[in-house]
Ligand binder design. Structure first.
Ligand code: DQA
Length: 143
């Protein structure tokens, strides 16, 4: 059974409250439930974590080596700024699938750059929770 690690970055703990017109009304707890249900439908194991801290994401990426088959990563705002996350992914050769609830490329210019996207195997975005289920399906069926 494949083991998938889902990592969510800053402010995603505030789903439901945070700009619901963009991110939807469902909460982070709803997202966790959705991911667990999706994993059981697809027949994989999933572990979900969220942090507001860049270094914690770096630690979790480093520690995933040899433990998880793939990382589904929504680095949130760090997507667009973090060379440290890009380097961590390269350092441990992590298999990363990038996800976003929204479509960052259709928003402000500063969201057009994705450091995660430079090393991610694939990106799923713009479909709210469905971005995650498509990423999980892809992780399980490829690689
Ligand atoms: C996001 C998009 C990012 O640009 C933003 O900073 C987020 C959430 C998304 O899931 O759509 O925090 O990653």
């Amino acid at each position: 059974m494949k083991k998938i690690l889902v990592l969510n970055g800053p402010n995603l703990n505030l789903l439901g409250l945070r700009e619901p017109e963009l991110y939807g009304k469902e909460t982070y707890e709803d997202l966790k439930r959705f991911l667990v249900e999706t994993a059981s439908r697809l027949g994989c194991e999933v572990e979900c974590r969220q942090t507001n801290h860049e270094g914690v994401l770096v630690d979790w990426i480093q520690q995933s080596r040899g433990v998880f088959d793939a990382i589904i990563l929504n680095a949130a705002a760090y997507t667009h700024t973090s060379v440290a996350i890009l380097d961590a992914i390269k350092a441990v050769k992590a298999r990363v699938i990038e996800v976003h609830l929204t479509e960052p490329k259709e928003r402000e210019d500063f969201r057009r750059v994705s450091y995660v996207g430079m090393v991610a195997e694939k990106t799923f975005s713009g479909k709210k929770f469905q971005s995650y289920s498509e990423a999980m399906e892809y992780s399980v069926n490829h690689g």
